[in-house]
Design a protein around this ligand. Structure first.
Ligand code: C5P
Length: 235
């Protein structure tokens, strides 16, 4: 089946604190979005990529991605939320795509092997597969107040932290986003991952083993860790 990727790169990077979008921040002299694109291409299982870019940076993102991979690439302006950006990306993939991966440029080192595992999972007949790792911290739900009080302690063994890429049968993801768009039209009610929209349809989302390399870059500290991971993989 034809595999398409929506690579999200339209975030402002406000928490990162750079004066350019996070996806264009450099790691070893290369933009984060280029690292992500080169690993997607190296998987050998991806046929096309649509990248969501911040308004005003479509050209920059296009240049960064095409320098990193020779797959067909299209760039689309992002929306008010990640969910809206992904919806715009899905609408821009060709209709021949049967498997869709959604991946965050903010996870530049997610490996080609992880990409292949997720695509294989969907090709085996399941609707949705996402990478997950155990949670090491104890997680609490908070109550009202500022600072808040701890309302409830969640059972850690029942929790997983999830990563991207997330893989879906295309028809399922398209349907999940249509239903999700009807529920949320703003940043506040949008979901932070695509699997959540599939869960809302009552369909099973399968968990596959994630990896440390798929860490999310949020702060300069995370970028330093990514640099260390690259040193380790260089041998
Ligand atoms: O902000 P955060 O790191 O959670 O964003 C996750 C991913 O979604 C990033 O790769 C970011 O560029 C992307 N994003 C987007 N459109 C938005 C917000 C975030 O494509 N409106």
């Amino acid at each position: 089946p034809r595999v398409g990727v929506v690579l999200t790169a339209a975030g402002s990077g406000q928490r990162f604190g750079a004066d350019l979008p996070k996806a264009l921040v450099l790691l070893r002299g290369r933009p984060l979005v280029a690292h992500a694109a080169s690993r997607l291409a190296a998987s050998g299982v991806v046929d096309e990529i649509v990248v969501t870019a911040p308004a005003g940076f479509l050209e920059h993102v296009h240049a960064a991605v095409t320098s990193a991979c020779d797959l067909p690439v299209r760039i689309v302006a992002g929306g008010v939320s990640r969910q809206a950006s992904v919806a715009a990306g899905i609408a821009t993939l060709t209709s021949a795509v049967e498997v869709i991966l959604v991946h965050d440029a903010a996870r530049p080192l997610a490996s080609a092997a992880l990409v292949r595992r997720l695509v294989a999972a969907v090709q085996s007949g399941i609707d949705a597969a996402i990478p997950s790792v155990p949670v090491v911290d104890t997680v609490k739900e908070i109550g009202p107040g500022d600072p808040p009080v701890a309302a409830r302690t969640l059972e850690r063994s029942q929790l997983r932290a999830v990563q991207t890429p997330q893989a879906f049968r295309a028809a399922v993801l398209r349907r999940a986003h249509e239903a999700g768009a009807a529920r949320a039209r703003d940043e506040v009610t949008a979901v932070s991952d695509d699997a959540g929209l599939v869960e809302a349809l009552g369909l099973p989302v399968h968990l596959v083993d994630g990896e440390a390399a798929a860490l999310k870059i949020t702060t300069p500290h995370d970028l330093a860790i990514a640099d260390i991971l690259l040193s380790e993989s260089d041998g």
